[in-house]
Every structure is written in C-alpha cells, then in structure tokens.
Design a protein. Structure first.
Length: 367
C-alpha cells in the first residue's frame, strides 16, 4: 500500500464523518430542517451557505448583512427574496440575505440548474457546506467538496433504516453462531486460526452495518428514536465480544496495544470475504500463523462472561494458568488461592467451566 492510499482513506473517513454531522444538523426536529421543510411546502427554492468568514465574503455580491437568530420562520421568509442566505459557522445566526454568489466559473460541475451549479462551485471553492432547495422538484440537497448528497424525507430514511436493521439482526445471528462454534472448539482444544478469523470477520461485517444504522439515526433526528432503540438492542455485548476476542488471541509477539480488530476496517467488502486477508489484518498472517494452525484462547472471554471478577483479577487468573485449557483443568482450591478470587468465586468459575464443557451455552453474552 502506498503512502497516498492511507491519506486517501483518511480523507474519505473525514468526509464521511463531516457529512454525518451535517445530516444530523439537517435532521427532522432541528430549526434548520424545519425551515427547509417550510420552504419546500411553500413551493419556493433556496440556497443557504452553512458558514461565514473571509472565504465566503470573497464570493458574495450584493445582498444585505444581518445578525438575527436562526429560526424556521426567519429562514422561510428570507428565502422568499432573490439570492441566497449565509448562516454563521455555529449555525445559530443568519448573517446575510439576498446575496448573489459569484464562485469561480471554471470549477467543474455536472449540475444543470443555476442554484445547483452555484452551490457546487461555492462548496468546492470555500469548503463550506451549501444546502439547496429545488423549487421545481421540491428536493433538498447538500453540497460538500464537489459532491452532492440528497437530504431525504423521513419516510424514505425510515424505509432504508429498517432494511439496515434487518441486515444488522441477520449479521448478529451469524456472529452468535460463530461465537458459539468458537466456544465449542475452545473447550475441545481444536481452535484453528481460521476459526478466530471467522468470528473477527463476522464482527466487522456487523460493525459496518451498524455504522450505517447510526448514520440513519442521526439523519432521522427526532424521528429516529425507535430505530435507535432497536439498534441498542442489537448491539448488546458485541463490542465486548470484539475486545475479549483480541485479548484471548493476541499473539505473544504482538504488544497488547497493537493488537485489535481495527485493521479490518481498511479491507474492502470483497477482501473481507477472504478469511486469509482477514487473518492477516489482525496480525495472524499466514507466514507465522497458517489458517489451519492450532491456537489457544487465554480465557478472557469465558471468565468475563461467567463471573463478576474485576479485569485486574481476571488478568491474574490468566497470568497464572496461561491458557483456557490449563484453566479448565484447574481445581477449585487452585483457583481460590489466586489473589482476588476466593473460594466462592472459585466455585463459580468451576461451575461455569463445567457448564460450558457439558455443552450448555447459556453463558454466552450474545443471545
């Protein structure tokens, strides 16, 4: 991978984060969105620059300065005049109205309408987000850095959000299956690198859809409460699974802070389907860790799920027994002798391990 590629990926991530933030600002229930809805319902158009400063002043001609609080009513009434509006960078005040914008006409644009061409070039030249309401189509658009984003109506967003939730639920079920399979293999001491990679793969697939769902929640604003509640339900335990998986299978040659599942975020969807590339992305590459090579869990996941031990005490237990197989073979007295465990918790650990060993998967944190 070249040096330019990480910079490009970082730039895309920053753009995505900024768009998500702006869509939340333009979500139903916000003053700006209410004003935009009034403009649409009134059958008029508008061009609104979300930000002020010297770079904006350079492309402004005519109009008149203002410094009034941004309200839906003010946004609607001032949009009736020719020209566009300038909103403060904190999106709290309207700074100018009836402004004629004169961006660089040589900047490329695929837009055809006058407002949309101006908005596209404005955003490219100044870096400021620009919102356009089409009078003829009653469509709202956001322009940012040469790209156009449709500001969808709540019913459109809800339909797509529900599809994403269905996918998220499906991916969670598959993740539960893979996690259960991994537990069975751990007890039998039959885990291979490919099994760990399979769980990591399913975790990343779930995470990507979850990012989409969270985007819809932000864009829906006050209309997204039920979607958020469903998303919260589907996310229970997943982040813990990812963290505990890395603690269980971090190679001894890799420092704790350097081993995580975050490397999977750089894979394309096509590469994510390749278990070899998944393993390589989490420092279990084929050179040192072939897919069919055996690997043992340390026991973090099982201990965290069956007891109320602190993370420090769990680490003491792990350090004492080194891996899950040694932990399974330990007696209650051996466990009780470890600092911070005690006889009562030692019995709980033994009972939990025996329950898993007998095939009772009720101790899974994902259901």
């Amino acid at each position: 991978m070249t040096d330019a590629q990480p910079d490009l990926e970082t730039s895309r991530e920053l753009q995505t984060d900024r768009v998500r933030h702006l869509m939340a600002l333009l979500a139903p229930g916000t003053p700006i969105r209410e004003g935009l809805d009034r403009i649409v319902n009134g059958g008029t158009g508008s061009l609104i620059v979300l930000g002020d400063g010297p770079e904006i002043n350079e492309v402004c001609s005519g109009g008149f300065p203002l410094d009034v609080r941004l309200t839906p009513q003010a946004l609607r009434e001032l949009s009736k005049m020719d020209g566009g509006l300038v909103v403060s960078s904190d999106h709290e005040r309207i700074k100018a109205a009836a402004v004629h914008f004169v961006p660089d006409g040589s900047l490329p644009t695929m837009e055809t309408g006058t407002r949309h061409r101006t908005a596209d070039r404005l955003s490219q030249q100044t870096g400021a987000p620009v919102v356009v309401v089409s009078a003829s189509m009653s469509v709202m658009s956001l322009f940012l850095n040469g790209r156009r984003y449709l500001i969808e109506r709540p019913e459109q967003l809800l339909a797509r959000a529900n599809q994403a939730l269905d996918t998220l639920a499906s991916y969670r079920r598959r993740l539960v299956e893979e996690a259960g399979n991994l537990t069975t293999l751990e007890i039998r001491d039959q885990v291979q690198v490919r099994d760990v990679a399979a769980v990591a793969q399913r975790f990343e697939m779930w995470r990507r859809i979850d990012v989409e769902v969270r985007g819809y929640v932000s864009a829906l604003g006050v209309e997204g409460r039920l979607v958020q509640l469903q998303r919260n339900e589907l996310s229970l335990g997943v982040d813990d699974l990812g963290r505990l998986l890395t603690e269980d299978y971090r190679p001894d040659s890799v420092a704790p802070g350097e081993f995580s599942l975050s490397g999977l975020q750089k894979l394309s969807w096509a590469d994510l389907l390749d278990v070899t590339k998944v393993a390589d992305a989490i420092h279990l590459g084929p050179a040192e860790h072939p897919l069919d090579s055996p690997i043992r869990a340390r026991g973090h996941r099982q201990l965290a799920l069956m007891t109320d031990l602190s993370s420090r005490t769990i680490q003491r237990v792990i350090n004492h027994f080194s891996d899950l197989q040694s932990l399974v073979s330990a007696s209650t007295s051996e466990l009780g002798d470890i600092k911070g465990v005690g006889l009562r918790r030692a019995r709980e650990i033994r009972q939990g391990l025996e329950s898993i060993f007998e095939g009772d998967h009720r101790t899974h944190h994902l259901h």
